[in-house]
Design a protein around this ligand. Structure first.
Ligand code: FE2
Length: 246
């Protein structure tokens, strides 16, 4: 992100046709100016990416996006990850990853099931698809049903730390991992994080996994529904497959 540590303003920023309202002096902004029910133009995509590069986390409220529009818009940002089966079942749209607490039929995932334990990982700080050799660049998470309380998504500004750092060149592996863990602990202190509340169906959060780590906050996952679905864009840059350790 281009922000500097002495920046203290949350003044509105204009980027092309977009109005950006910073959530914090350092990173994160709510963005207005796009009608997602219409095709998004190439110029708008450029503005959206410029806003993303500037803020790391961009929030678009009440987009009225369907799953099909969500996929179409995401494709304009690059090649999408696909998962053809989820929890042993064939999925309707391989581009969509269900990151909430419901299955494909809309049923709440029962506590202590294998699937439920899998979802618990969302509560830990992470970058999406960090287990893939080909790392992800953008995540676009769209709310279909929001919980009444809790279930926010929190973000920490971690720059390249988040993007699959597995060792530090020039350090012993264990020593490097220890430093990476210490740096993550430092970056994820509450004073350096933002919490984005899901306000309504259609809210979409767009973030860059190379710039931030994220986690979901608790909610009543056996009583309330948090149906949020994600598309994930591959990193097509020169470091998309990581850096060779000499
Ligand atoms: Fe995630």
């Amino acid at each position: 992100m281009e922000s500097t540590s002495n920046e203290t303003t949350t003044a509105t920023v204009k980027i092309g046709s977009l109005t950006c309202r910073p959530l914090n002096p350092r990173f994160g902004a709510e963005i207005e100016g796009i009608d997602f029910s219409k095709p998004v133009t190439e110029q708008q995509i450029k503005d959206i990416i410029a806003a993303e590069n500037r803020f790391g986390v961009t929030v678009y409220r009440n987009t009225c996006m369907t799953e099909e529009l969500h996929i179409a818009f995401s494709r304009q940002l690059g090649e999408l990850e696909k998962v053809y089966q989820f929890n042993g079942r064939e999925v309707v749209h391989p581009e969509i990853y269900r990151a909430g607490n419901t299955d494909e039929d809309g049923n709440i995932i029962p506590a202590s099931s294998r699937h439920w334990w899998f979802t618990k990982g969302n509560a830990l700080w992470h970058a999406d698809s960090a287990y893939n050799h080909h790392r992800s660049k953008y995540s676009l998470l769209l709310a279909h049903i929001v919980p009444k309380e809790g279930g926010n998504t929190n973000y920490a500004d971690t720059l390249y730390l988040a993007s699959h750092a597995s060792e530090i060149i020039g350090m012993e592996r264990e020593e490097g991992l220890k430093l990476i863990r210490e740096l993550i602990d430092h970056c994820t202190q509450p004073k350096y994080t933002i919490s984005v509340k899901w306000q309504q169906t259609g809210d979409m959060i767009f973030w860059d996994n190379r710039q931030v780590m994220h986690r979901a906050t608790p909610f009543m996952d056996q009583m309330d529904v948090r149906d949020v679905r994600r598309t994930t864009v591959y990193d097509d840059g020169p470091e998309g497959y990581g850096i060779e350790v000499p």
